[in-house]
Write a protein that binds this ligand. Structure first.
Ligand SMILES: [Zn+2]
Length: 468
């Protein structure tokens, strides 16, 4: 038996959850107010027999004790395992010497990064050479309070200011290079600052540790416009969401996360009181990022510039997000004591279309109400894809209708539940005026697919079902 199984078997889910939620027994289950969203009537249920929990309210999520502790404590799996192992009296194997060394190197990189955040921030607030940085923030109407809240900074243009500062604090050149803060000089002879003459935006992990930077040049000819920290043991762009450590509480309370593209979009949103906004640090949301958000939100709203919407890169990104958003197939105990398998729909994806040519920063700065309305009017991803994938087609022509079917049928075929699949098929049939049965015949899994509510071994997972 694995250590994880051992821990899971020994803990009592009711006891674990009961430390955070007042639970009331109702027959074989327990109910309480969901700790992940605001509610007055309890829609949070704990199943002692299976060791699972589920919110039937705004978050519409669930899981086992590990998922619960990860969410409620805002920690990763390893940290949740440590907490639950302690409870269960299970001793985790001590890390190997190699793992212990890696861990202490990581700690060293985090410490160097935290010291760099402080240094850059002090430069921005008081440094004589940071005028361009302060002027930029003033021009964008970001006040000192915002600079402080996000620990914004200024990297001096002189090549070794940070290296000298951190060297004096005991960080060796190797640690600075490993942490992505410095670079070795060509032909040897020490290291120099990686970031020079840039506005520094610290990036934190979900627990609030600074792990890297987005660094904006203020030189109109400077390239790249944004320089990110290099990939390192502490910084992995595809696994991070900018602003998550500040947004987690609001996202959890409202059950909604809004994803934008840029650093300044997030900073603007938070400055205007929209606390549930994070950035994907790239154009497309990665599967890891969706999985990370699933721990906090039942709904993910993607805020897209209307110009970019419908473009191939955006749509591919949405496909990845949709795939990651669909839940795993999980056993669900029924009232009669039987078990059935169903998709755990962990998160709903919606798309908010912004006015053409304007990013969230512009929109919020001009009128916060426009932003609020756009997010509130976000369309479910399927409805959005229907619009985006047919926008360039003439549906009064046979050729346009055939193209619409070619593009939308694969999307519909991927809908995990039977009811949803059939509803969207009807909608497509009505849209292109083709008999629904003819369309159904083109669905790969139509008829005997047995997906969604049908019983099946959990081991098949969503891959085997082709479902997303
Ligand atoms: Zn909930």
């Amino acid at each position: 038996m694995s250590t994880i199984d051992d821990v899971r078997d020994r803990i009592d889910i009711v006891e674990v959850v009961g430390e955070y939620v007042a639970l009331k027994r109702a027959g074989r289950i327990y109910r309480g107010l969901c700790p992940f969203h605001d509610e007055r009537t309890p829609s949070f249920v704990v199943y002692p027999d299976s060791g699972n929990w589920r919110c039937f309210g705004a978050c519409a999520t669930g899981g086992n004790a590990f998922d619960f502790v990860m969410r409620v404590e805002n920690i990763d799996f390893r940290a949740a395992l440590e907490i639950l192992a302690r409870r269960a009296g299970v001793v985790l194997a001590p890390p190997s010497p190699a793992a212990a060394k890696r861990e202490s190197e990581r700690d060293r990189m985090l410490a160097a990064t935290a010291a760099a955040v402080d240094f850059y921030h002090a430069q921005l607030m008081r440094g004589a050479a940071a005028d361009p940085g302060r002027a930029y923030l003033r021009a964008r109407a970001f006040g000192a309070d915002v600079a402080q809240a996000f620990q914004l900074g200024w990297a001096p243009a002189a090549g070794t200011a940070l290296v000298e500062h951190l060297t004096a604090r005991g960080f060796g050149p190797d640690a600075l290079v490993a942490a992505g803060l410095a670079r070795p000089r060509e032909g040897g002879g020490g290291v120099f600052d990686l970031f020079r003459g840039r506005l520094m935006i610290p990036i934190h992990d979900a627990r609030g540790h600074a792990i890297g930077f987005g660094a904006r040049t203020l030189d109109p000819d400077g390239v790249p416009k944004y320089l990110n920290s290099p990939q390192s043991p502490i910084f992995d762009k595809g696994h991070m969401l900018f602003g998550l450590h500040r947004a987690a509480r609001a996202i959890r309370a409202g059950g909604v996360a809004v994803v934008v593209e840029g650093y300044t979009d997030v900073i603007r949103a938070h400055a205007a009181g929209f606390d549930n906004v994070v950035a994907s640090l790239g154009t497309a949301l990665t599967e890891h990022q969706v999985k990370l958000l699933k721990r906090f939100a039942g709904v993910i709203v993607l805020a897209l510039d209307a110009d970019a919407a419908g473009q191939a890169a955006t749509l591919r990104g949405l496909e990845v997000a949709r795939e990651a958003a669909a839940g795993d197939v999980v056993p669900v105990p029924t009232a009669s004591g039987m078990v059935r398998y169903e998709h755990r729909l962990d998160v709903e994806l919606r798309v908010a279309a912004l006015p053409p040519g304007r990013d969230p920063d512009d929109v919020i700065r001009a009128d916060p109400e426009t932003w609020r309305a756009a997010v509130a009017a976000a369309k479910p991803l399927m409805a959005y894809l229907f619009d985006a994938l047919t926008a360039d087609l003439d549906l009064t022509e046979p050729r346009g209708r055939i193209k619409a079917a070619d593009r939308l049928i694969p999307v519909i075929a991927d809908i995990p539940d039977v009811v949803g699949r059939s509803a969207w098929l009807s909608r497509l049939a009505a849209l292109i005026q083709i008999d629904e049965r003819d369309l159904a015949a083109r669905l790969p899994a139509a008829g005997g697919g047995g997906r969604g509510g049908a019983p099946r071994p959990s081991g098949e997972g969503r891959r085997a079902g082709g479902a997303t």
